[in-house]
Design a protein around this ligand. Sequence first.
Ligand code: F0G
Length: 348
Amino acid sequence: MSQRGVIQHYQQYLPITARTPVLTLGEGDTPLVRANALSRALDCDVYLKLEGCNPTGSFKDRGMVVAMAKAAEQGARAVICASTGNTSASAAAYATRAGLKCIVLIPSGQIARGKLAQAFVYGARVLAIDGNFDRALELTRELGEAHNLAIVNSINPFRLEGQKTAAFEIVDDLTRAPDILALPVGNAGNITAYWKGFNEYARLKNIALPQMWGFQAAGAAPLVGGAPVPNPHTIATAIKIGNPASWAGAIRARDESGGLIDAVTDEEIGAAYAFLAAREGIFCEPASAASVAGLLKKQREGKLARGKTIVCALTGNGLKDPEFALASDARIETLPATGDALRRALDL
Ligand code: F0G
């Protein structure tokens, strides 16, 4: 039994009591892989934190396991969340694990197919609303508070507690914090959690803090524009959010770290996504590629100094969104089932 999971591994840093069930699906302890091609392109030392290797394929599992264990400890009868897809997949899996019912509110028609499949198969009650993520989150708050349903969005502080463990792992792997932590920003829970994690570890281990570089999609960049976006749009559906719940946390992370939050276009996201797959052998979902798109943009602008140690959080697995993958570059050749036909096609 090598896989301990986030609760057991990090219990001393988490609000765990003797009554908290030790749930796990084997989350956390994800690979930190050096990105050789990207390091050359940026003239920096770049590592990718592969959060798509978590049990449901995204970083959400780190926080969800803690939120779900606390919901069970506190006797919740059911949990509820709004989601652009990954939170719902994770909530559905961990609710099953904890023996709780799970209700999921999603913006109709705006969720990647793989994520939708997960929520259904794990047994959640999935309700699509005729509105966007921000509206779904408002409704989640309304129902959760009125009907004693535990809300497992990142407004639940236990979510952020679990998610901060990604920062611990990065420091343990590098034996220091990176100079820059780059990540996509949607509802802004993750940037808030990483900053909390680095700060807690810095106090314990006497390490320097990284700059936090967050990237939003240009059509859904309220933190860059400084005002909520009523009708956000982007190909990166995971971060199609116009009014982030952890707004203040994101601004604090940016300002206290001397970092930045900038926007990247859908074209830049698509190019970074293709670069990661074709040049690094890493298949992440479009939203995750926003972090790499942002770094490439900053380098083009001359705002990324050479020689920095950088970690990019690749937040979700590319398999979650097969439609995006196939729509962007589907060139499948169909051939007669003969060796000759294959030899001709391959110039052998
Ligand atoms: N990357 C992926 C793959 C995501 O699913 C999300 C958020 C983010 C980045 C942004 O993280 O919200 O903490 O700033 N997905 C949420 C969801 C909103 O419902 O699955 P954030």
